[in-house]
Design a protein around this ligand. Structure first.
Ligand code: ZN
Length: 194
């Protein structure tokens, strides 16, 4: 169940629940437009707002996963930061969440009409992504094909058995994600790629 943040008190309750985001990192960001181009090539909702979702991983209280949804995103800015401090502010009727790096002027923010959150205990932690699909590494690292199903990571030399129905494959040792050279598109339904 998601909880709405409508007042500073709601935000303070979130901060207390997750240890003020100490020992946490921003793991995933998803930004989705409500607009789209239909299969018969018509555009819908091109001036509709965006929605955003963020997933944080935290070591607080034995580990937790914080899921925040931002509705009607008006503006956002991101600066990559290893350590963050999360603050809330209101700008006229809009809610603004700031993700600041301690001791610097660098500030990421999301300005939106409303937001809500939920906190999961440690079950959702780990390398697996909660949102979207994995992003493959650039082509400076490759996988070597060892036989019909086995691949070897060029970065750490570990070998693993690939799932032939998945387009991406991950080295279980170092975590790099590759485009699966053994992927067979015929085994996957419903996705077209050029
Ligand atoms: Zn590896």
């Amino acid at each position: 169940m998601y909880k709405k943040i409508q007042y500073y008190g709601d935000f303070d309750a979130l901060l207390e629940k997750v240890g003020f985001f100490q020992d946490s990192l921003l793991r995933e960001i998803e930004i989705i437009s409500r607009g789209y181009v239909s299969k018969d090539n018509k555009m819908f909702g091109d001036i509709d707002p965006y929605d955003m979702r963020m997933i944080f991983h935290s070591q607080y209280a034995g580990g937790c996963c914080i899921d925040i949804i931002f509705h009607d995103v008006i503006k956002y800015s991101f600066i990559a930061a290893y350590e963050i401090v999360v603050n809330l502010d209101y700008d006229e009727n809009d809610t603004v969440i700031y993700l600041s790096q301690p001791g610097t002027q660098a500030r990421s923010f999301v300005k939106c009409k409303s937001l809500q959150y939920r906190v999961h205990r440690s079950g959702l932690l780990g390398r697996k992504l909660l949102l979207g699909s994995p992003i493959p590494t650039d082509n400076s690292c490759m996988t070597s094909v060892l036989d019909d199903t086995w691949l070897q990571c060029d970065s750490c030399s570990d070998a693993w058995e690939a799932n032939l129905t998945q387009e991406f494959t991950q080295c279980p040792s170092c975590g790099l994600i590759y485009v699966n050279p053994l992927f067979s598109p015929k085994k996957k339904q419903g996705t077209d790629y050029d």
